[in-house]
Every structure is written in C-alpha cells, then in structure tokens.
Design a protein around this ligand. Structure first.
Ligand code: OGA
Ligand code: NI
Length: 369
C-alpha cells in the first residue's frame, strides 16, 4: 500500500511540474529523451559559462555568498579511531560529538587509503562518461525506489533546483543489492564498491558500539534496535559540476539526513557546510578523513540524546566537487522509535514510532511526522 502511495504522489507531482503526462520509459520519444538529458546539471553547467538559469538562484536568505560565516572554518571534532589504547577517551569523544555537534570527522579508521582513492576514481569515471551512457542507469520515472542516476530527490518549494546530479545504489546487504544500478563502466566499478562496503563494516560497528555504550546499553544493543544484520548501506554519489555563480547557488539544500548515521567520503574540493549556533560554517576538509553525520533515526532511537545535524553544500567556480555518502538505514518496513529502555514516566517519548518507509514518505513530501 505504502508503495502505491509513493508512486501515485510522485507521478502527480511530476505531472504538475512538467504540465504533461509522464510516459513509461519505453514509450519515450527521442525528443523526450533529449529533454530528460538536458535536465542534468552536468549539461546545464557545460552550457552556463557566465550566468546560471533562474531556477538555480537561491532565495536571498539561502544564498551562500551572504549567509556563510566568512573567514573561518568550523572545526568539527576530529576523532582518531586508533586511540583505542584509551577506549574510554575514544568513546567519550564520539558520544560528546554526537550529542553536541551531530557531525564529526574520523581519521585512522582502518579503511586503506587506496580503497578510498579507487572508490573515488571509479565514481568520477562514471560521471565522466557520455550522457547517454549514464542515462542507462537513470532512476525509472515513478519508481518506488530511490536507486539510480538522477538529478533531484524532490521538487523544492518555489521550484528551485540544486546544482548537483547523483547516483544512488545499495552496497549492503547482498540480498538488498540491485546490480542493475551499478555502473558496468568502468569495469572495476563493482569490485571496488564491494571492497569499500567490506571495509566499512568495521567503522559502522565501532560507531554503533560507541553510541550504544554512550546510552548506557550493552555494546550490541543499538545496532540490534537499528535492524541488526538487515541494516542497509545506501551509497550516493553527489556530482557537483563547476558553477559560474557559487555565491548564488547551492548543491544540496539544507537538510538533516534521514538515516541512523551517514559516513561520507568527500573529494578535496571544499563545499560541506554545517549549521551551528544559528550560522552556516564551512567544514574543514581533512585528507583521508571520513565525515560522520548523525541522522534523524539515531536522534529518534536515542529519544533526542544524540542530535542530527543540519547541513548543506556549496559549489565551486572552477572545480568539480564529488562526495560519496553512505546512509545507514533500516529496511523500509522496519519500525523505529525511541528505545524502550530510554522511555519512562519521567522521560516520555519525544518522537513517534513508525516504519522507516513512512518516515521517508512524510519527510520527502513535507508532511509532519
Ligand atoms: C547528502 C549530503 C554532503 C556532501 O547528500 O545528504 O549532505 O558533502 N551531502 O556532499
Ligand atoms: Ni546529507
């Protein structure tokens, strides 16, 4: 039922955006295809040398040129995972960062640098393929799943667009993977992504364990409450082409991630911003670090002890920024709510318990949770 609802709503909103009926992909004419292709920001960017189309110009209260704190980067906590001679100190650092920042960077995480470099190389190669080759992986119109190559998750209020294209596909567990959305070119794409997924488990488990202990639970309890072995690793590649007006446009608009938490690999081009104490700050790029975002589901599960972080991205005038977030999330029919051990008469639940798929549906359609 829920999936029907997804499909119907999306189709309707897409219809009203374009003022025409959507046809199934197989019925698309060449001119439809061309229109679809021209919607990609990568194409818009290659045609925009001076200015940018109106729909990419943010409202004044969002324009990064005037809403970013200048002359300073935000030093979000950097956590050295090799610090585990002092388990207690490492644990405290992760817990404090998750309570007060909702964002931190981890170094010495035991994912070999070459595994990350290769992940970045194959992703970049995919986005540098001719447009028609990428369209083979396009998210089918009206699809109930998020997976595929595409340009935006939802139409924003006011019809504004972000300066970014993306590719989504799951990388874990094997039963959830749909290889249809994994690029076949470059040929090493699959092997490289499988290797990255394998190495990610260590970081995921360590973070869940620390966050669990930080709530006064046994080390294994939080991951279990998050779906255990069913936990889904959803990879996204964000591709932000150079933009002639980085002062006026945004890549990804302000949001909190819906996941439990997100583990993100950026390239060396700055662009991530976090909202702290009422202001937008650039987050410092640290080579080989992973950026961790606490997402909505951990905030919910912890009944508000850990906080998801509001963040957004800016774009660069000359350089292409690319990032690889992996969203750790439950299967869509899995229920998430404040953990029973954290709720009693003195501590009532601050959030509803609901299926993750329903949470996503409400958030994407801007319906109160
Ligand atoms: C996202 C996101 C940040 C980045 O895709 O949810 O926040 O640095 N990306 O690209
Ligand atoms: Ni995000």
């Amino acid at each position: 039922m829920r999936f029907r609802r997804f499909r119907d709503t999306q189709t309707q909103s897409e219809r009203s955006q374009k003022g025409k009926d959507l046809k199934p992909a197989s019925a698309c004419t060449f001119s439809d295809m061309k229109k679809m292709v021209l919607e990609r920001v990568q194409d818009v960017a290659s045609l925009s040398k001076e200015g940018i189309p109106e729909e990419y110009i943010r409202s004044e209260d969002e324009q990064p040129g005037s809403t970013t704190v200048q002359g300073g980067v935000l030093e979000v906590p950097t956590i050295d995972m090799r610090d585990d001679q002092d388990e207690e100190k490492l644990l405290r650092a992760i817990v404090e960062a998750s309570k007060h920042w909702g964002m931190f960077q981890v170094v010495n995480h035991e994912i070999p640098a070459e595994v990350i470099t290769k992940l970045q190389a194959v992703g970049k190669e995919f986005f540098e393929l001719p447009q028609e080759e990428k369209e083979v992986y396009a998210k089918p119109p009206g699809s109930q799943s998020i997976e595929g190559y595409g340009t935006m998750l939802q139409k924003e209020l006011g019809g504004k667009k972000g300066w970014v294209d993306h590719l989504f596909h799951k990388i874990w567990p094997p039963s959830a993977i749909n290889y249809h959305f994994w690029p076949k070119n470059p040929p090493s794409y699959r092997e490289t992504n499988e290797k990255y997924a394998k190495y990610l488990h260590g970081v995921v488990d360590k973070l869940f364990k620390s966050l669990s202990l930080g709530l006064g639970f046994e080390g294994h309890e939080l991951k279990e409450a998050a779906g255990g072995d069913e936990l889904v690793y959803l990879l996204k590649i964000n591709y932000y082409p150079p933009c002639p007006r980085p002062d006026l446009a945004l890549g990804v608009v302000a949001h909190t991630d819906m996941s439990f938490f997100t583990i993100l690999v950026p390239n060396e081009v700055d662009g991530l911003q976090a909202f702290k104490d009422g202001h937008w700050y650039n987050v410092k790029y640290i080579p080989n670090a992973l950026v961790i975002h606490i997402g909505d589901q951990i905030e919910i599960l912890s009944n508000g002890k850990y906080k998801s972080v509001l963040h957004r991205t800016t774009v660069d005038k000359e350089k292409t920024r690319i990032s690889w977030p992996v969203f750790l999330e439950p299967p869509s029919d899995f229920e998430v709510g404040p953990h029973p051990k954290l709720v009693n008469e003195d501590n009532p639940p601050k959030y509803k318990t609901k299926k993750y798929g329903d949470y996503v549906y409400c958030k994407l359609n801007k319906i109160p949770q």
